[in-house]
Ligand binder design. Structure first.
Ligand code: NDP
Length: 446
């Protein structure tokens, strides 16, 4: 892939890039099927991605007519790579097996290794014969909604497609690699004012937060809505705060350190709760929730906002869902996309039905939503929340940081890009948006 890197850096034309020979193999971050039992008997927190995630050379898969190869300059760590690396709640090899049974092209994915990663920025180096809108040389970012567009169920909201998958999690050949295999309908233009790693960290979390809060498929936040955001300086939360501020809402962030409180204040979120300092104990033991603690939390939120939240942005799951349903305003919406702390959820249904609250489920974003969310990044209206960068060889450490909640925002991973800060094509627009805004999460605390 070195020849592609040199060509990209030298400003080679699309035709020149398209004529470069493809190598037989490429470097990718992967887990191995033969190691999927390696953490058997350990608690989640003791399962270490640094042991399971390896960087090795793998063979280039064949290109289907509707696909493209992307030379990946940078990628990012998403929580789904943490799940894959600790083989929880399921080993992702089951997903690959299922995809393998679906079609001839699906069969390529069913391998004894899983190249992971659900974000990428880079350059298209080849396109399949059916690809119309993209060509070699195009600078792109990749979103992770992987759908079969010949399936009729994919044509209302593609997140409702019967065989919708998340690329690099439920499919192979993901973005934490020097080359990625993607469907053409995963490609979006790279925001020209961002570096490779700044561009690489957005698509998954930014699109998810967009759907949850802004899209007609989510909570449809309106001006003046109070929005309670769990994990407000994390991957999803960092974008959620920006959507609430941009849309004229009133964000209330929940985080777990004074440093994160300061970061959110700098982002423009005035009302922030440090959950660790407040020491909420929503569960008095493994089986019992403590309503008085929900009440204490609800009062703290109301004190900050003057009213109950119209929307609760929920993803921690088991630990917080009871409190989220309780705290949400009468007629309000708890929008949920995840369950980091456990997916068997308990809440008091009386608080839901008597006060006419709703729980709205959400999962990633369809192409249009991802495109619209990317457009806001390209317009400088939503900022990347890159906080740290690791080289691909340190992917295990990068995933470990996210697994142990030692990070803020998003962690970027340099794949082909030899260093940070490269790939900015429009420095004038960057200056207009503001270096301090673009790099807030990176420079905070430095
Ligand atoms: P991050 O780890 O970047 O951020 C999550 C934040 O949640 C943490 O920073 C932490 O913030 C907070 N948190 C974690 N555990 C708890 C807890 N027990 N109680 C309260 N807060 C907690 O992850 P992401 O934001 O990227 O992802 C969050 C979840 O959403 C993951 O499970 C991920 O798999 C899922 N996800 C789902 C998507 C979908 O499409 N369905 C898309 C993207 C992510 P703090 O400690 O500061 O409070």
């Amino acid at each position: 892939m070195q020849a592609f890197l040199e060509a990209i850096q030298a400003g080679a034309s699309g035709e020149e890039i398209g004529n470069l020979p493809l190598p037989e193999s490429y470097r990718g971050a992967l887990v191995k099927a033969e190691e999927q039992e390696m953490f058997a008997g350990l608690e989640s927190g003791d399962k270490d991605p640094r042991k399971s995630l390896r960087v090795e050379d793998v063979a280039i898969p064949e290109l289907a007519p509707d696909e493209a190869y992307v030379a990946v300059m940078a990628s990012s760590i998403n929580f789904n790579t943490v799940w894959t690396s600790i083989f929880e709640p399921l080993s992702t090899f089951g997903f690959l097996k299922r995809l393998g049974k679906e079609s001839v092209w699906g069969k390529r994915h069913d391998l004894p290794y899983h190249v992971v990663g659900s974000d990428a920025s880079g350059v298209v180096v080849r396109v399949g014969s059916a690809v119309r809108n993209w060509k070699p040389g195009d600078r792109v970012v990749v979103h992770c909604n992987y759908v079969d567009d010949q399936d009729p169920t994919a044509h209302d909201d593609s997140m409702l497609a019967a065989n919708q998958r998340i690329w690099g999690f439920e499919s192979n050949f993901g973005g934490l690699a020097d080359l990625a295999l993607v469907k053409a309908n995963q490609l979006m233009p790279k925001p020209a004012h961002l570096s490779w790693e700044e561009a690489a960290v957005n698509a998954l979390c930014n699109s998810t937060s967009y759907r949850m809060l802004v899209s007609k498929n989510g909570a449809q936040m309106k001006q003046g809505d109070v929005v309670l955001i769990w994990g407000a300086s994390g991957g999803l939360g960092g974008y959620a705060c920006q959507y609430v501020l941009n849309g004229g809402g009133i964000p209330i962030g929940v985080v777990s350190s004074p440093d994160k409180v300061k970061l959110l204040n700098d982002l423009g979120v005035e009302a922030v709760i440090d959950r660790r300092a407040e020491n909420y104990r929503f569960w008095s033991d493994e089986h019992t929730q403590d309503e008085s603690e929900w009440r204490r939390f609800g009062k703290d939120v109301r004190k900050l906002a003057g009213e109950d939240p119209h929307i609760v942005f929920e993803h921690p799951g088991r630990q917080t869902m009871g409190a989220s349903v309780f705290t949400c305003a009468r007629g309000g919406t708890v929008v949920t996309c995840a369950a980091t702390s456990g997916y068997m959820i308990e809440y008091d249904n009386r608080h839901l039905w008597m006060k006419l609250k709703s729980i709205k489920s959400s999962h990633f974003a369809n192409y249009k939503e991802a495109w619209d969310a990317n457009r806001l990044i390209a317009k400088g209206m939503i900022q990347p929340i890159l906080s740290a960068v690791h080289p691909l060889v340190d992917v295990g450490e990068a995933a470990y940081q996210v697994h142990k909640n030692l990070h803020e925002g998003k962690i970027g991973v340099l794949c082909l890009a030899p260093g940070a800060g490269q790939g900015i094509e429009d420095p004038e627009f960057r200056a207009k948006v503001g270096e301090d805004k673009i790099t807030l999460f990176r420079t905070h605390g430095a």
